[in-house]
Write a protein that binds this ligand. Sequence first.
Ligand SMILES: Nc1ncnc2c1ncn2[C@@H]1O[C@H](COP(=O)(O)OP(=O)(O)OP(=O)(O)O)[C@@H](O)[C@H]1O
Length: 254
Amino acid sequence: MTRAHTPPAVELIAVTKTYGAGEQAVIALHELDVSFPAGTFTAVMGPSGSGKSTLLHCAAGLDRATSGDVIIDGIPIGGLSERALTKLRRSRVGFVFQAFNLIGALTAAQNVALPLRLAGRSPAPGEVTAMLGEVGLADRAGHRPSELSGGQQQRVAIARALVTRPAVLFADEPTGALDARSGREVLRLLRAAVDHHDQTIVMVTHDPLAAAHADRVLFLADGRVVDSLAGPAGVQEIAVRTARLEEARAGVAS
Ligand SMILES: Nc1ncnc2c1ncn2[C@@H]1O[C@H](COP(=O)(O)OP(=O)(O)OP(=O)(O)O)[C@@H](O)[C@H]1O
């Protein structure tokens, strides 16, 4: 099958997400139609409160849409039981968070092996070491998170997220807690996963430098996609579009 005929890794069809009810109701996503093609890297940007986290949570099956359909790896998740959804997430979805979220009591290798064990399988000999090798940390397999730098911890988190070769990796501000150099290394690894393993990545970020590593940038405002850039886009152009959205929001507020 050629790439053109490969179904999207994730598709959102007319997804609306409402928090609360009545006068307190907040519509965080408005009938959103977004497709994340397999093997592509998408950055999601937008002002604070524009719906980025909500989009990520709904697209990853961490939260249920109020209406509309989310399809992950060809499976509409609306009809799945919690148990089936958890199973789908474990096998087909990877996560990387700003705060790394590694388990402190486990070594780097044990952290990376965890998704395989949760999916009920023992890692094949060398599988975890190879994964750690991909993120440049084969020699740190026995170290606990507290013995690693922030950048190294995030690289372990990336190895953990990719070890199941998920249909999609969601990254929520993956460089937000890192210095510039470690951040660049993390972005290089994410880019390499797309280029060398056809990994699909959806990354929420405020940082134009991070977004410039993506193939496409989506800009959200008030729960809608209001702008996009096909890329790889330049840092300056991304910064200009971001500033425009911030200005528009400030204009509405004043
Ligand atoms: N649990 C919740 N209950 C009520 N409202 C919520 C909840 N979570 C988010 N919201 C609201 O939904 C809207 C979108 O929030 P969301 O967190 O998705 O935005 P964001 O773009 O990720 O923001 P930030 O960049 O500040 O993280 C906001 O108006 C927010 O206040």
